[in-house]
Design a binder for this molecule. Structure first.
Ligand code: FE2
Ligand code: FE2
Length: 230
């Protein structure tokens, strides 16, 4: 069993005339430390009537001292639940890679003009690399007992990477690529944290993929510098 912590917050509102008692808020904090401070937003509707102001904002933000309460100390996520959440995040990353393949491929062919040549070459090379990422993710999902979904489950999200109407608009494509790489970086960082201390192989895979995405982003940030000058 993996455990997180939850506990009792002693709250000192920073932005309200409301005075809060020791108040149970769980499990908005997930930490191994037993004491600390945390900024917590409370929905006033969830507070006892005595602590609700007659009028005012619907939420208040408090800086809270956090103490573990023995009775509330543990919330547990079973190994199975943890594994399932890793499968879900790996699957999200898998779809992101495949959407990137679609859009890099389209942009690597659509663009026109002398200025576009380097970008087209780079995108074409990345198509192979991103497809390889998707393939590695699929294999990992299978290894940890997940099922790789079919296209019916695909939901597109890369708005800024859609091929521009003006096929010489290289800058828009470069910016879209940077957005896609940043989204991939954020997703791999999320999985790396999720896997910590639990699934070292998925974590290792995502660290490798993260390094690749950082390199891609850097390359296109360099392109943007140059292309925005002209
Ligand atoms: Fe990738
Ligand atoms: Fe990438």
């Amino acid at each position: 069993m993996r455990s997180g912590t939850t506990g009792v917050f002693k709250c000192a509102p920073v932005r309200s005339g409301v005075s809060l008692p020791r108040f149970t808020q769980s499990p908005s904090r997930n930490s191994d430390s037993e004491v600390g401070t945390s900024v917590v937003s409370f929905q006033l509707a969830g507070l006892p009537r005595a602590f609700r102001p007659a009028a005012g904002p619907e939420t208040i933000t408090c800086r809270c001292q956090f103490h573990l309460d023995a009775s509330l100390q543990k919330f547990s996520m079973s190994d199975q639940e943890k594994n399932q959440s890793i499968i879900e995040e790996l699957t999200r990353a898998y779809w992101m890679e495949l959407e990137t393949v679609l859009n890099y491929l389209a942009n690597s062919v659509n663009l026109d003009g002398v200025r576009a040549e380097e970008i087209k070459k780079s995108l074409a090379a990345d198509v192979t690399e991103e497809l390889n990422h998707a393939s590695q993710l699929a294999n990992r999902i299978k290894t940890i007992d997940g099922v790789i979904p079919g296209s019916e489950h695909f939901v597109a999200s890369q708005k800024t990477l859609q091929p521009p109407a003006d096929t010489t608009d290289v800058v828009t494509v470069i910016k879209g690529v940077i957005d896609a790489e940043e989204a991939a970086i954020a997703q791999y960082e999320k999985i790396i944290r999720l896997c910590d201390g639990f699934d070292f192989v998925s974590q290792d895979l995502c660290i490798t993929l993260l390094a690749d995405e950082q390199q891609h982003r850097r390359e296109f940030v360099g392109f943007l510098k140059e292309y925005e000058k002209n």
